[in-house]
Design a binder for this molecule. Sequence first.
Ligand SMILES: *Cc1c(COP(=O)(O)O)cnc(C)c1O
Length: 371
Amino acid sequence: MVDLVSQYEKIKPAIDSAMQEVVAKAQFINGPEVQSFQKDLEAYLNVKHVIPCANGTDALQMAMMGLGLKPGDEVITPSFTYIATTEVIALLGLIPVFVEVDQSTFCIDPEAIEKAITPKTKAIVPVHLYGQAANMEEIMRIAATHNLFVIEDNAQAIGCDYYFTSGEVQKTGTIGHIGCTSFFPSKNLGCFGDGGAMMTNDDSLAETLRRIANHGQSKRYYHDEVGCNSRLDSLQAAVLRVKLRQLDSYIDARQNLANAYDEAFAGIEGVEIPARSAKSNHVFHQYTLQVPPQSRDALHRHLEAHEIPSMIYYPVPAHRQKMFEGLKLTMADLPVTDFLTERVISLPMHTEMQNDQVAFICAMVQSFFNP
Ligand SMILES: *Cc1c(COP(=O)(O)O)cnc(C)c1O
């Protein structure tokens, strides 16, 4: 699905020397690279504060802690997402309220959010799934009307531009009260292990988040609140500084690949290529087709037989996971979510794809539908 070896080889000298510098100083924790990366990412995203942490799941959890959410508070989120988004809600004793996504963009449906709001609702967690933004303008309007917090799960969409109707453009992850992201190796900006970050334009919230990520510590050995130990390693920060400089060209490569796939698959009957929202660009963390449910597994096997990987993101939506069986879930049926769960299939998507590989994948998908 990804080719991280070829990607590394192209920037090997810069990466190796950045890593060697950390090793030579042995400042593995809170080395100067962490702060430099933080500043670089703040500039790239045009956001006041980036708070690096250990992974994207921690970022989501600490965002909810930082906003003061308390057990019993309801958090509205899509069921059609990676489990991390929803797991931390339950972990903190909050109540996940699962709502529908839009069938064509795979992102949370604002109308469904409004219907799910109760007096206990405290926050909305939209997910910019596969690399395209949820309808943030509408979500921020709903949140303002009902006095709710918005935490963006930007793990799949770093670098994505959101277009407001005013013409203003803002990076996803910097629009809500807090944005969260992951630097897991296969993400669009990935490190060589685990990493994550929170983003906010709110000074006091940034201070709180920084404290929570550091054992609730205000000054050394004085702990004001229960926190976490969640840091980005200096080595990972050093790698990320180098890779951040490549992010825009990586996004271009992903978009070019997506366009080639589109062209090959647009005419196939029964196959739906990923829709492009008018509200943002698409940074293509995943290229995800919708195919008839009865042919999906056969397509997967057909590709596998030709040594082409494909993946189902995600085969079981959150609201049907065993981990939530014990929770009494207050939600309507989620027919769109169930529909998508049976139809989605993602193709290899990365920055190092060769033309002959693209042509081969396209031909194998085409020959499956039109033998
Ligand atoms: C990857 C991912 C996360 C979690 O990130 P980790 O760094 O693996 O903890 C959260 N949400 C979404 C949508 C993701 O894709």
